[in-house]
Design a binder for this molecule. Structure first.
Ligand code: NAD
Length: 289
């Protein structure tokens, strides 16, 4: 077991996750360029530091919770990333599986183990330590960091390194496509004169149910709060990872491609900071007849 953890990326997800590690008794050295994110870690009792180099100093485990693979690669290649051999890096971001494999091989040459452990469950379950964690890597390496991951959620090993990132992107392709078609169904039903809450209650005890009918519509769309904490652009990034993977592997994905295309149009037309649940407003506005 490790006592000092470096936590890189203290945003909507990394903020509450790092706070849980502090609460579990770890010394958490957190870095994020955003000062308010660092302040939140300090308020939770963690050690907020101003540089990547200070964060990784003395840490045998480095957790990454960053927006995308480009930023993950830039972080690992930064001169301040002075991790010695024997360090374990856990990339909990939703990254690109093929790049994760390449990075793992490169880090292995430096004596560093890279594991991928992306998550599902959103900000609400990041706060309560009840995330679904889908992990890639050798079982023995995962066992070594099991006490750290257990503070954050429940781990399922998906396979070799990169497998967690692959299944995460595929999960979000499903999730985004479910949400889009749920919005279409409810908007059509409303035009017929049906009530959205009544439709959701019926879907939720029928075969049309999904995370969109059980969680996203009742909690973020019906109340008009659009505050799931998961950005629309991050969702689009994940869909592109999934469709890119299908392309690379020659797997058929005509619906996934069409869905990603629609989400890309929404991303162009909505505010850059839009929550992914705001896709319903893009549908309402741009497809009204
Ligand atoms: P976010 O945008 O809220 O947070 C990302 C943080 O990374 C920001 O605070 C940003 O300042 C920081 N950052 C950017 N560049 C950095 C760098 N070079 N070094 C250190 N920090 C840097 O995003 P989020 O919602 O927390 O998502 C993080 C990851 O988790 C993404 O890969 C996302 O796809 C994934 N994810 C998000 C959710 C969700 O519900 N929000 C759920 C599951 C997975």
């Amino acid at each position: 077991m490790t006592d000092t953890i470096a936590f890189i990326g203290l945003g909507n997800m990394g903020g509450p996750m790092s706070a849980l590690l502090v609460a579990a008794g770890y010394r958490v050295q957190g870095f994020d360029p955003a000062a308010p994110a660092r302040q939140a870690l300090a308020d939770a009792g963690g050690t907020a530091v101003a540089t990547l180099s200070d964060a990784v100093q003395g840490a045998s485990v480095i957790v990454l919770m960053l927006p995308n693979s480009d930023i993950v690669a830039a972080t690992v290649h930064d001169p301040g990333f002075e991790a010695p051999p024997g360090t374990t890096v856990i990339d909990m971001s939703s990254s690109e599986p093929m790049r994760t494999r390449e990075l793992a091989a490169e880090l292995a040459d430096r004596g560093i183990t890279l594991l991928d452990a992306p998550v599902s469950g959103g900000v609400a379950r990041a706060r309560t330590g009840k995330l679904t964690i889908m992990a890639g890597g050798e079982q023995a390496d995962l066992d070594r960091v099991a006490p750290v991951l257990a503070c954050l959620g429940t781990v399922t090993r998906a396979g070799a390194v990169g497998s967690g990132h692959a299944v995460k992107a595929l999960n979000n392709l499903l999730s985004a496509t479910h949400l889009l078609v749920t919005c279409e169904a409810i908007l059509a039903g409303e035009r017929f004169g049906l009530d959205a809450e009544t439709m959701l209650s019926i879907f939720n005890s029928s075969s049309g149910r999904s995370g969109s009918t059980e969680n996203k519509w009742p909690n973020f769309i019906l109340p008009g709060s659009y505050d799931s904490g998961f950005g629309l652009r991050l969702m689009l990034k994940d869909m592109r990872i999934a469709t890119g993977l299908a392309d690379q592997l020659g797997a058929p994905d005509p619906l996934g491609q069409a869905s990603a295309e629609l989400w890309a149009r929404a991303a162009e037309e909505l505010e850059p900071t839009a929550d992914h649940t705001e896709i319903v407003n893009w549908l309402r506005k741009d497809h009204s007849r």
